[in-house]
Structure formats: C-alpha cells, structure tokens
Design a protein around this ligand. Structure first.
Ligand SMILES: NC(=O)c1ccc[n+]([C@@H]2O[C@H](COP(=O)([O-])OP(=O)(O)OC[C@H]3O[C@@H](n4cnc5c(N)ncnc54)[C@H](OP(=O)(O)O)[C@@H]3O)[C@@H](O)[C@H]2O)c1
Length: 180
C-alpha cells in the first residue's frame, strides 16, 4: 500500500485562508481531485478539512464525491453518513489495506499531512502550485519535528498557469530516524 499525499498550494505553501476558504484556488484543481478520488477509490482527510469544506461549500463538498471509501481522521468525532472515522493515520492505512486499495489518497489538511510525514508514512507527494499568494492562511504542512528528503519525479504545467510537482519520499533518508 502506497500513501499518496496530494495538495493544491500557493507558492508560499498555504492551502486555505485562515477561515478555511479556498476561493483563490483554481476550480480545475477540484475537477482533477474528483478524477483522483474515482481512480484511487478512497480519500482520507483531517476532521477540520471535512468540517470547513462542508461549511463553506454546500454544493462542492466531499458528500458528492464519487469514491468508495471516505475516511475522516479524528481523535473524537462521530462519523457522518457515508464516512468512516478512524483515530490515527495508521488506522486509516489499515482500513484502506483491508479494503484492498493499492494507494491511500491523503488529501490534507496541513495538520494531518504533518502527522503522516512525522511518522514517515507518506510515499509520494503531488503538489499543484497555484499562481496566487496569500499573506496568511493555513499551511500545507503544520510545523513539526520532521525532515524528509524528496526525489523529484516530474514537473508539469497544468491548466490556468498551475505547476504540478511530483515527488517520491526517499524512505531511507528520513533524517529524524538516522543517526548523523
Ligand atoms: N488546498 C488543498 O489542497 C486543501 C486540501 C485539504 C484541506 N485544505 C484546507 O485545509 C484546512 C484544514 O487544514 P488543517 O491543517 O487546519 O486541519 P486538518 O489537518 O484537516 O484537520 C486537523 C484535525 O485532524 C485530526 N488529526 C490530525 N492528525 C491526527 C492524528 N495523528 N490522529 C488523530 N487525529 C488527527 C484532528 O482532529 P480532532 O481535533 O477531531 O481530533 C485534527 O484537529 C481547511 O481549510 C481545508 O479547506 C486544503
């Protein structure tokens, strides 16, 4: 099972406004996300992502996404209809593995992304950089005690002046765990 982290970010590494709005991101990115959710058949998100997207986007939230398994990670949250709630990244991986999926599609937000990375659970990272800078907002990766070496796999220009960067996480160079 591979864990693929996918995110749309600003050049300065933000993924939403402080209040959770994503109005500055390309809507083509949402269409690409819908394709990914269909291909990988699962999506995994943090509790705040679920709640904020449901609050701001009544018509474009995760309820209507066509995918088999929708997972929210939270230490204490009651699963809404159509979703599974698990208490940790490891539990999400176990659930997706048991369901037979080859790839777990981790969609954020930044606190959950950091949690997966700090446990060295991510294999690939796809970032779409949107041409818009916000001075403040929620980060792609919450600060923490982790460092990872990446291998650049590809750079592609997407529509609307966006750039798609694909990386593999170099697993044996997880500096956190290496004696230097
Ligand atoms: N641009 C993009 O591509 C993109 C993608 C996704 C999300 N977003 C945006 O990101 C924002 C939310 O991001 P965020 O960083 O503030 O929050 P988040 O990562 O979505 O959610 C944080 C919550 O997830 C749970 N969680 C995280 N790590 C956990 C762990 N190891 N074990 C158990 N539970 C864990 C906790 O829930 P509990 O507090 O319930 O325990 C935590 O409070 C939203 O505004 C959303 O719109 C943007």
């Amino acid at each position: 099972m591979k864990v693929l982290l996918k995110s749309a970010i600003s050049p300065n590494g933000l993924i939403s406004r402080e209040d959770g709005q994503e109005d500055w991101l390309s809507s083509a990115g949402w269409d690409e996300f819908l394709e990914d959710a269909k291909i990988h058949k699962n999506i995994v998100m943090g509790r705040e992502t679920y709640e904020l997207v449901a609050k701001h986007y009544q018509d474009y939230n995760f309820d209507n996404v066509d995918t088999e398994l929708k997972v929210i990670i939270s230490r204490n949250f009651t699963a809404p209809a159509g979703y599974r709630v698990v208490k940790s990244p490891e539990e999400a991986i176990e659930l997706a593995e048991r369901a037979g999926y080859k790839t777990l599609l981790l969609i954020g937000g930044g606190k959950l992304n950091a949690s997966f990375l700090s446990k060295n659970l991510v294999d690939n990272i796809d970032i779409t950089v949107n041409p818009y800078i916000l001075g403040k907002g929620r980060p792609f990766l919450w600060p923490g005690d982790y460092e990872l070496k990446l291998e650049l796999l590809s750079v592609n220009r997407a529509s609307e002046d966006r750039v798609l960067l694909s990386y593999a996480v170099v697993k044996n160079r997880h500096l956190h765990k290496v004696r230097l």
